[in-house]
Design a protein around this ligand. Sequence first.
Ligand code: TRP
Length: 333
Amino acid sequence: MNKEIVVSGIRSTGFLHLGNYFGAIRNYVRMQEEYPCYFFVADYHSLTTHPDPALLKPNVYRVLAENIACGLDPEKVALYVQSDVPEIPELYLMLNMLAYKGELEKTASFKDKARTQPDNVNAGLLTYPTLMAADILIHKASYVPVGKDQEQHLEMARNFAQRFNHRYGETFPEPHPFNFGSDLVKIPSLDGTGKMSKSENENATLYLADTDEVIRKKVMKAKTDQGPTEVNSVMPDYIENIFLLMRLVSEADVVKKFEKDFSECTIRYGDLKKQLAEDMVRFISPIREKAESIRHDHVYLHKIMKAGQEKARESASKVLSEARRRMGINFYC
Ligand code: TRP
């Protein structure tokens, strides 16, 4: 076991899809074997867009269940809910004194949201990066497994850590993005445009909660064409994408057979998609079923949330005391 600490926050909104699985979760599952890990559901962050209060609980339960179903082990990691750890908002308050209005306003995610929801440009949205920095620094984490879209937030966390250290003495390590392998696998969407994502085309994205029927339907609708007309043709992107998905879930010799059929111009895209659909169903359905049963097992979920909270607070309270002391907030000794 390495000694560097890993922290990552999981969004509490939206359903997990294949892109999340092969991008983020597979990395978490690998990291839990090699590093002390703190993974949490970022429910406070979700409040910036004023979600329906009645949806918070089902969303948090579902995200926890889906991550456990994918292989995250609550025995190995601290798996908790952000709002269960009061040390995080306390550190957030302290870090806000080191975060400047100008830099917060310049953050890409803030500018984006200010444009798309102009009637709700609240202070929580502006200080989203300080809350994220608090999530990370509260455990003195060195590594944060996140995708490209979070790099700017992470850079800000490093700046806040540096500023704190400079002003109050060496306290926090600088957190860096970390993922196994040099590049995260990008999972292409089924319509041949871009990658699978929560916000874009739902019909071209495979969710871990999709039923077998829905999976088959989506895969069979994937974009193809008349097929190659010359031997050894170059594959168009959208066909290449189908093969990429197949390499993730199908047997190697099955993939080889279809590759050979393609180069020999004997491929039938209907058969290719039927095969992919069945292999996808075989891959996704056990995850879906496991997540579904965990999601409804509230006794189990409460147990793991409490255990996660305990592990997280044990680490967080130590770091928070140190930060308070360094800032001069120690009036009783
Ligand atoms: N901002 C991250 C996202 O949108 C979620 C997140 C919140 C996070 N706090 C974090 C990620 C701390 C890593 C570390 O995906």
